[in-house]
Design a protein around this ligand. Sequence first.
Ligand SMILES: [Zn+2]
Length: 248
Amino acid sequence: MNKTLTLGLAGLGTVGGGLVRLLTENAGRHLSVDEVVDHLRGQGEPVGKSTVYRYLDRLVEQFARLPGIGGKSAQRLAFHVLSLTDQEAREFAEAILQAKELVTCCPVCQNLTGGGLCPICASSKRDAATICVVADPRDVAAMERAREYNGRYHVLHGVISPMNHVGPDDLQIRSLVDRVAQGGVEEVIMATNPDTEGEATAMYLARLLRPFGVKVTRLAYGIPVGGHLEFADDATLLRALEGRRELL
Ligand SMILES: [Zn+2]
């Protein structure tokens, strides 16, 4: 048995019980490089011992690129993939490829859709004169859950963030300006998050859209529904006070 891989696997720490079927099927002993090589060769891969590490490293690297996945999690996931049956691994890979191929951006609002116009842009029941600008497709889903908004959307796919090297040209800002410039839009609602980058992006867009004579509004700030005044931070309280409205 190859000691290097044995040590390597043991050193992962987080691998635990869910690891690789290769390991669990060989309960009580560690997996050797020879066995990994045999496993890959069994799938028609002409591999030597050094290439095993290369394949593993490549897989770990891919997982490590995912948001919120650290080095150890990436290793755990890579070994999990190794434990899949050929059929399961193929389904996993195909799901990635098909999602990438078949999920596209709506040419008008840039929300994710299954090709062509998204259902909201295609619907004649939605008010085309109002555009709600959000940072992320998930924000569209959140707004839709409220069942109150009947206008259309524009998805920026991020916010301006100098810290993360995201500038206006990296976002769907040009397409928003083009939409407004075409006319027929009366109000643009800025629904980016009320944090520093969301605020800066909303202000940037407001200035950009001002020459077109559309009303640019911002979602109200305030105390969360069901929340308590005593737990609200100063900035939220101040904004809530500024945004007060007359009752009745
Ligand atoms: Zn659309």
